[in-house]
Design a protein around this ligand. Structure first.
Ligand SMILES: [Zn+2]
Length: 222
């Protein structure tokens, strides 16, 4: 209770010292917003994507909007290791999950290879997952790891992307197996392009008896 009051006072102090600004055009905005009304309205909605993981299982990928401005700048801020931008991405996904009424028991971030973690300082998807999980009162399960370094998906063409990430993820710890049974899993990432990475991560879950997997991303390249 006291820690919550201190956190609230801290946020208020920060807001007074540096008033919140639209992440794209920098006009003043209310503290809980990410973009001003005009930039928010300019986000191009995108239809949900249905991806086949196995013959029997498919997953739905919902995205806040198309990968173009103003979302693009916010996602690109990760290259300068901006945790504020990552938290803003989390707030956008949390808002969308509520609007779409997506139900889930845990949030799983798409993992970054440790060498990229080292150069970037943090995993943007993990920060997004933390924000979404806190908003819904569910745990983050950072349980998938990359087995090997892969090329940046953005540099590759469609079929090469599938090959690049095929079988490159695994469960970080076998002790999680029991915890995942009958869980509704929400997978989060900043950007989905062909969905090859999402499929590859979802395949790790296929033998674990999870009830469902849904993916939410901030943007989708179309
Ligand atoms: Zn704006």
């Amino acid at each position: 209770m006291i820690s919550e009051l201190i956190a609230r006072a801290y946020r208020l102090g920060c807001a007074l010292l540096s008033p919140p600004r639209c992440f794209y055009c920098y006009v003043g905005i209310p503290v809980e917003k990410v973009f001003c009304a005009a930039c928010q309205a300019s986000i191009q909605p995108v239809v949900s994507l249905q991806l086949s993981v196995t013959k029997k299982r498919s997953i739905t990928v919902h995205s806040v909007g198309v990968y173009q401005e103003p979302l693009r700048s916010l996602i690109m801020a990760k290259h300068w290791s901006d945790p504020c931008a990552a938290k803003a991405l989390g707030r956008l996904i949390a808002k969308q999950s509520k609007e779409l009424n997506v139900t889930f028991d845990c949030v799983v971030p798409v993992p970054l290879h440790w060498t990229r973690y080292a150069s970037r300082g943090f995993n943007q998807a993990r920060t997004i997952a933390d924000v979404v999980a806190k908003e819904h009162g569910v745990p983050v399960m950072d349980i998938i790891k990359r087995k090997r370094m892969t090329e940046y998906q953005a540099k590759l063409a469609g079929s090469a992307r599938v090959e690049n990430v095929a079988d490159c993820f695994e469960l970080a710890d076998e002790r999680f197996v029991g915890m995942l049974r009958s869980c509704n899993v929400l997978l989060v990432d900043d950007l989905v392009t062909t969905g090859a990475t999402v499929i590859s991560v979802a395949k790790v879950f296929k033998t674990l008896g999870v009830a469902s997997i849904t993916c939410l991303s901030v943007a989708r390249a179309v």
